[in-house]
Design a protein around this ligand. Structure first.
Ligand code: F6R
Length: 249
């Protein structure tokens, strides 16, 4: 894993966007794996600005999101469909037919998981997957203990994840308790991974990612087995590593 250390959230977002734009210019037909949550919002803002200013086009890009809450329709303001349209897709020229997000309100969620995996397989490997990390090391919604062999599946969200995500809901009770997520092995199929880590609340997770053995109880540790992972972390996220005297190039 390559670590790029930057000053703050703004700088992380800018560098991540530049990373994506460079790949996009090299391959305008790229398959782009996307994440939701607080971390990538700044990156999407920079990408939108670039699209408006420089005309970087997403006409031929195919996007694949990591996850969606079970029970929320695409029009629900808390769904990841809504989030993606709101913070990114509505502001660029991506074709709606090229956008892929698991459906949280499919009548048969198990079948939805299988269908999503089939769609991913049919399109071939994702070229660049953007990831965030949970405080407990989750990637996508693969909570600690998820098999590294997992494909797209239904998960029961960990209490810490429900708590962390309740900031977007009116009350804790409204936070869905289940989600559909790409599995660990699905994520590991990506040709390249860009992991974004920002803020003090993530500094323990970043320390564990660096220090811990590869272990299903810290899902992000699997990334150490991937040949092309770049981590962009800001100073606040790096605090625990610094305190532990870990130096990086
Ligand atoms: C989002 C996702 C999650 C988040 C993680 C961090 O699609 O799959 O793994 O990346 O929960 O969330 P934030 O960025 O809100 O701290």
């Amino acid at each position: 894993m390559k670590l790029i250390l930057v000053k703050d959230y703004q700088e992380m977002s800018k560098q991540a966007a530049e990373y994506v734009i460079e790949k996009l210019l090299q391959n305008p037909n790229m398959k782009l794996g996307l994440a939701t949550g607080g971390t990538p919002i700044g990156t999407y803002k920079f990408l939108i600005e670039d699209h408006k200013r420089n005309g970087t086009s997403y006409q031929n890009v195919k996007s694949f999101n990591l996850d969606e809450y079970v029970g929320l329709s695409a029009t629900n303001e808390n769904s990841y469909h809504y989030y993606m349209n709101d913070v990114f897709f509505n502001h660029i020229d991506i074709k709606k037919k090229n956008v892929h997000i698991p459906s949280g309100d499919a009548p048969d969620i198990q079948k939805e998981c299988e269908d999503y995996e089939t769609v991913l397989t049919k399109h071939g490997r994702v070229d660049l997957q953007i990831l965030g990390i949970g405080n407990n090391g989750h990637i996508g919604f693969n909570e600690p203990g998820t098999s590294f062999d997992s494909k797209t599946h239904i998960v029961k969200l960990a209490p810490s994840t429900i708590r962390a995500n309740s900031r977007y809901f009116e009350s804790m009770e409204e936070v869905p308790t289940r989600a559909v997520t790409m599995g660990i092995s699905t994520i590991m199929q990506s040709k390249e991974i860009l992991l974004l880590v920002s803020g003090e609340s993530k500094s323990k997770a970043l320390l564990k990612l660096w220090e811990n053995e590869v272990d299903e109880y810290f899902p992000a540790s699997v990334l150490k087995k991937h040949p092309a992972v770049t981590v962009i972390a800001d100073e606040a996220a790096y605090a625990e590593l610094r305190a532990n005297d870990r130096a990086f190039a």
